[in-house]
Design a protein around this ligand. Structure first.
Ligand SMILES: Cc1cc2nc3c(=O)[nH]c(=O)nc-3n(C[C@H](O)[C@H](O)[C@H](O)COP(=O)(O)O)c2cc1C
Length: 163
């Protein structure tokens, strides 16, 4: 089984940029980077650790292609595999900052995969996020290229060490 695969959706490019950076840190080859718009959910099962990334759009929704992918992935049995989550958002959207990260994680708990990569981050200012699982602790890596692009590289570098 291959070690790491990335599965991402991106409308305006931020999440794709984050995916490329994560790939660079973990030496993930191009062939193991999957745009979910053109990938079957069953490909998740080819990896020890599958890393899933989505922006949050609308009122806290997953990017539509990721929503479709997660719909299909929910019924997979992935016990013995690991899943990690990342997302990009805008913390001025203060009621739903990066909520897609929490929604992906919750939806895929049915697969029985082990979820890794919880992220402890300070410095965001928002009221509510479904990605928050304890005060200051998130279901995955949250990135904000709109307001804190300068912090993204450090956050990625710190997070990949936990995978
Ligand atoms: C119409 C619209 C709605 C958005 N809604 C949210 C939101 O609810 N929560 C959030 O954190 N970011 C929200 N964002 C910000 C995007 O998630 C952010 O720009 C993200 O990095 C885009 O990723 P992409 O470039 O990979 O598509 C929204 C952006 C747009 C244009």
């Amino acid at each position: 089984m291959k070690k790491y695969g990335i599965f991402y959706a991106s409308t305006s490019g931020h999440t794709a940029e984050a995916a490329r950076s994560i790939a660079k840190h973990l030496n993930i080859a191009e062939e193991d980077m999957h745009d979910v718009a053109t990938t079957a959910p069953s490909v998740l099962g080819e990896y020890e650790t599958a890393i899933l990334g989505s922006p949050t759009y609308g009122k806290g929704a997953m990017q539509p292609k990721m929503a479709d992918f997660i719909d299909g992935a929910q019924s997979l049995f992935l016990k013995g595999h690991k899943l990690a989550f990342f997302g990009t958002g805008d913390d001025t959207m203060t009621d739903s900052f990066c909520s897609a990260v929490g929604d992906m994680a919750r939806a895929l708990s049915a697969t029985e995969a082990t979820q890794v990569g919880e992220f402890d981050a300070r410095g965001y200012i928002f009221d509510n996020s479904r990605a928050e699982i304890a005060p200051g602790v998130y279901a995955g890596l949250l990135l904000d290229y709109v307001n804190h692009a300068d912090l993204s590289e450090d956050r990625i570098a710190r997070w990949v060490k936990t995978l």
